[in-house]
Design a protein around this ligand. Sequence first.
Ligand code: OVV
Length: 395
Amino acid sequence: MKEAPRLDIDPFDDQFLADPYAHHDALRDAGAVVWLEPIQTYAMARHAEVAAALRDHASFCSGRGVGLSDFAREAPWRPPSLLLEADPPLHDRMRGIMNKIVSMAAIKALRPVWAARAGELVDRLVDRRWFDAVADLGEAYPMAVFPDTIGLPVEGRENLLPYAAAVFNGFGPRNRVFDRGNAAAADAMAWVAMACRRENLRPGGWGAAVYEAVDQGECTPEEAERLVRSFLSAGVDTTINGIAHMILAFIRHPAEWDRLRADPSLAKRAFEESLRWDSTVQTFFRTTTRDVEVAGTTIPAGAKVLLFLAAANRDPRRWDNPDRFAIDRGTSGHVAFGYGIHQCLGQMVARLEGELLLEAMTRRVAAIRPAGEPRRRLNNTLHAIDSLPVEVVPA
Ligand code: OVV
């Protein structure tokens, strides 16, 4: 039986968070399972082991939290998510309710409206020629389509951004990034709590649909409120940064934009590849429910294990030339949306946004060029960008 190699790497310090990809080789190469001394947890960063742990939800549970904090020892900072931070059977019952709302049919119904919004936004940006791919595209587009779909109050929607930043910081330690990001979030938390209440959700939206499950006897009103909160927590900052990194991917690999323009039917695959290339949700923890043997190392029961989704998605053991963004690459098996029973509920929403923006842009944009240095926004879980100045050359 092997001891896990002990590494002096803190995956939540500023230096790591500013450029996580610079540190992934050290994590992957040290072993299939490593012990991270600064945060006193196990970690896995190779594709095979990350995917296997995600699949094995019975041994690697979520109910004790998917952050550093172990809910069995410490009270969670907010009531746990009934999806993300739950195990079967509760998780499956809640997920069943949400799957019926975020259905293929629902996504199909959104497409024409969301396509029109994407076209209008891209038209305006191409006219301007210079813009910020974070504020003006990455934030503007999801904020123009997603809150309406949930049926949220119009007033105060800007609170969604600091709220999500706080939620994703909350999966890491109470470090400086957490304090900085969460200082301003108190008002945002109050707004989100208000927005999740039944009387504040527009009839016909996905939020109201969750409360219809209460009327059907499928869940309690308290559960419904918590499920609506999941839409607000997970639905905005993720797609914002996913879209921004999709633009960054094309800026760093300009020939791929030419290839996409030559064959716009690659839009779907291009967005998927951008998620493999730069995974918005970099990490999540699991907690072992028993002694688990991984590649000859025993992880004891009750241990936190940090899964590096983003490192798995660039593991050279799994991907050829992994640092290269190649829009026609086979991305099947990437874990940017997770894997197994917790795999992203909103993945079709994210894909729709990415695909519709790319479709609108391939028609109107001949080239995307950097127009300044990207600025990072440090977050304990998300690979986030604060600003990405670009110039687009009209087609
Ligand atoms: C995937 C995700 C991220 C953050 C929050 C939640 C889910 C939630 O369910 O609250």
